[in-house]
Design a protein around this ligand. Structure first.
Ligand code: MN
Ligand code: MN
Length: 385
């Protein structure tokens, strides 16, 4: 059974092995070393990032945006195995969107594009800082989960106030495992206190999907400035965005499932025509490499993504040190973690100009976006194939 309650609440963050730790103290010297390696390396996939096109926004991004904070798989060139892992991090231009460098954040948005501002793993660490002032404008804000420390009422309120200050017309999120109180199974650390604080009548039964529904409804009500996608999708200007919070069971238990069985059933719900998959956990091999050198992402999710769904973009977080930009040649994967391994919000958002589907324009569609009019389509086993 899942560990609930106070045991987790009182646990030191360092015991939550999914996303803790920090860069080594000699990080700066390693960065210098890496920069010199990058300058001399002759990897064909690099040509995509540095293809002599001075207007290619990827080049600067590669140099500054992600590499400013090195991820472990970009550090070590010594073994062939690590080189293979690292190759996936080489930046490729997606035919579907371009990633902006910070100098372009105020640039006019092209008529055929919608601007997406992506982030993940803010962990209640940005609300009381200047972070909000540094979030660039966009049409859609996408948060890939772990927006709270551990899903307390006050942390949802804090996040909602943070969102209130942002002008983005559409704000979407999928929960992370730290939003364990949004898990429909009722993983609240103390459901009696939660019910009391939400002014709901107490319930003597142990939490289950039925008797937790009213708690969940109240908690989602606290997040009124965002649409929270759990096994559900919205269509924004013809772009299908699906929220998938489930993870292989590990550490903080929210949305944790066994790798076999239940997890695969959840993956089967992801529609085959999904354009953007908002998945808290990265698929195996794409933004999931821990400091200890293990790829801990879900292999079944990786197969679902690469073999069946083939979305244009997978936006994830969860493995903070896996932050980066990856590709398999078809799908682009972004781990947009804002916090580092010791929960300091040291990174920036990732800004994308995503090309609108045929028939959609900024003037006619994007500028008329209204979050309240978006329809949330839930995927249940019987309604989705
Ligand atoms: Mn996290
Ligand atoms: Mn997480």
């Amino acid at each position: 059974m899942l560990s609930k309650g106070k045991a987790y609440k009182m646990a030191d963050k360092k015991s939550c092995q999914d996303d803790t730790g920090d860069f080594p103290s000699d990080f700066k010297s390693k960065l210098k070393f890496m920069e010199s390696k990058l300058a001399t390396r002759n990897d064909p996939s690099d040509n995509l990032a540095t293809n002599n096109n001075n207007n290619n926004p990827y080049q600067e991004l590669y140099q500054s945006h992600f590499h400013r904070n090195q991820t472990p798989n970009q550090r070590d060139h010594s073994s062939g195995m690590k080189r293979a892992k690292e190759k996936r991090t080489a930046v490729m231009t997606s035919p579907h969107f371009r990633i902006l460098t910070s100098s372009c954040y105020d640039s006019p948005i092209p008529e055929n594009c919608i601007r997406l501002v992506c982030l993940s793993d803010t962990h209640s660490m940005v609300e009381e800082t200047n972070f909000v002032k540094n979030v660039p404008y966009g049409d859609v804000l996408l948060h890939a989960g772990d927006f709270t420390d551990h899903g307390e009422i006050c942390q949802y309120q804090l996040y909602n106030s943070f969102l209130e200050q942002l002008p983005h017309p559409i704000k979407l999120a999928t929960p992370g495992n730290h939003e364990l109180t949004l898990d429909p199974r009722g993983l609240s650390y103390d459901v009696h206190i939660m019910r009391r604080d939400l002014r709901l009548p107490d319930c003597s039964e142990s939490p289950n999907e039925e008797n937790y529904k009213d708690v969940l409804e109240k908690l989602l009500g606290l997040l009124s400035n965002s649409i929270i996608l759990v096994d559900a999708w919205v269509s924004v200007c013809g772009i299908k965005i699906y929220g998938y919070p489930w993870l292989p069971m590990h550490g903080v238990p929210g949305f944790g499932l066994k790798r076999q069985g239940d997890l695969r059933k959840k993956q089967q719900l992801i529609p085959g025509d999904t354009d953007i998959l908002l998945s808290h956990g990265p698929p195996r091999g794409f933004g999931d490499l821990t400091r200890s050198g293990k790829n801990v992402g879900c292999v079944h999710l990786a197969n679902t993504v690469s073999q069946r769904v083939r979305p244009k973009l997978v936006l994830s977080g969860h493995i903070h040190e896996g932050r980066g930009l990856y590709t398999d040649g078809i799908t682009t994967y972004i781990n947009a973690s804002i916090c580092n391994r010791v929960y300091n919000p040291v990174h920036d958002t990732v800004v994308i100009d995503y090309t609108l589907p045929a028939g959609y324009t900024r003037h006619e569609h994007v500028l008329k976006l209204d979050q309240k009019s978006l329809i949330v389509n839930r995927c249940e086993p019987e309604t989705c194939s």
